[in-house]
Design a binder for this molecule. Structure first.
Ligand code: ZN
Length: 310
């Protein structure tokens, strides 16, 4: 018997049965516990999807405002507050999009980092107010990805390489889609690129791809369109020979149906503005949402060109 075994036996003699058996086995280094997945809570569905793309297997992501729901008028529940309190990272859009977030964070015990995905983006402004819908530009979305990557690396340095790799691959896919949309929409004559939506969520898309979007409501869905706004829009639709109107997944379609009827224009389908569609449907990821919106606008403006591009 070696000195070491003798020492081990000497010790085990003092221990109760179960523990003695454990202590008698040759000493093994304790197994390294697998890293737990970072709990990421995103304010709305598009951000949750981006966080999943960048975080991959290292994160467990949920969204406070889910698919087809309107983040402008969201009222958090006690269960939402609890989810935030238990999060490792809270990701928000910023630019005033989530008017309810400060109150929610204050009401919980969450003391972690609040990641502002739009940080560093120069927003469109109207009367001093920022347009929050920056994700509607695929170029800005690449900044979102960069901000998410930096926040995840800071939160979990041990998995930095995974986050770098995932972020680079995802950003590359966003850049490819951006170029493809640019090329396809460039084929539409400038004078024909006018469409209508219910709320003014597509300013960044409009700016990026040279499309004019008219809207019945402003940047938030919180206020109803006034009768004067609707009358003005109908006059504009007739004067500008607008090709198509689109309903949005987060808004009541009736106003747009009425506008189309009064202006003698067609409804061109659904655009996804501030929320993904339900899992398994046309716009259930950010990439699929942007692809669907571009395809839908293009099909309404240039049916022949859209069919040729597919
Ligand atoms: Zn909106």
């Amino acid at each position: 018997m070696s000195r070491r075994q003798a020492l081990a036996l000497g010790c085990t003699a003092l221990l109760p049965g179960g523990l003695a058996a454990q202590a008698a086995t040759p000493a093994q280094p304790p197994p390294v516990p697998p890293l737990s997945r970072l709990r990421v809570v995103a304010s709305f569905s598009l951000l949750a999807d981006m966080a999943r793309e960048v975080g991959g297997e290292a994160v467990q992501v949920s969204a406070l405002v889910g698919p087809n729901a309107d983040a402008h008028v969201f009222a958090p529940s006690p269960a939402d507050a609890q989810r935030v309190a238990q999060a490792d990272l809270l990701v928000v859009n910023g630019l005033g999009f989530e008017g309810w977030i400060d109150r929610l964070v204050k009401a919980t015990a969450y003391r972690g980092t609040v990641v502002v995905a739009s940080q560093g983006i120069e927003p469109r402004r109207l009367a001093g107010q920022a347009d929050p819908h920056a994700w509607q530009s695929l170029v800005h979305a690449q900044r979102y990805v960069e901000n998410l990557r930096a926040a995840l690396v800071l939160a979990r340095p041990a998995q930095a390489q995974l986050f770098e790799r995932q972020a680079a691959a995802y950003s590359g896919r966003l850049a490819v889609l951006d170029q493809s949309i640019r090329q396809r929409l460039a084929a539409v004559p400038a004078g024909e690129r006018v469409v209508v939506t219910s709320h003014d969520a597509f300013g960044y898309f409009a700016q990026a791809y040279g499309i004019q979007f008219l809207a019945a409501q402003g940047w938030s869905t919180g206020a109803e369109a006034s009768a004067a706004d609707v009358a003005r829009l109908i006059r504009q639709l007739k004067a500008q020979k607008v090709r198509a109107l689109f309903v949005e997944n987060i808004s009541d379609p009736r106003l747009l149906q009425r506008l189309a009827k009064e202006a003698g224009a067609t409804l061109g389908g659904t655009l996804y503005s501030d929320a993904l569609s339900a899992p398994g449907t046309a716009a259930d990821t950010y990439l699929r949402l942007m692809t669907h919106n571009a395809d839908t606008v293009l099909a309404a403006l240039r049916p022949a060109a859209a069919a040729g591009a597919r």
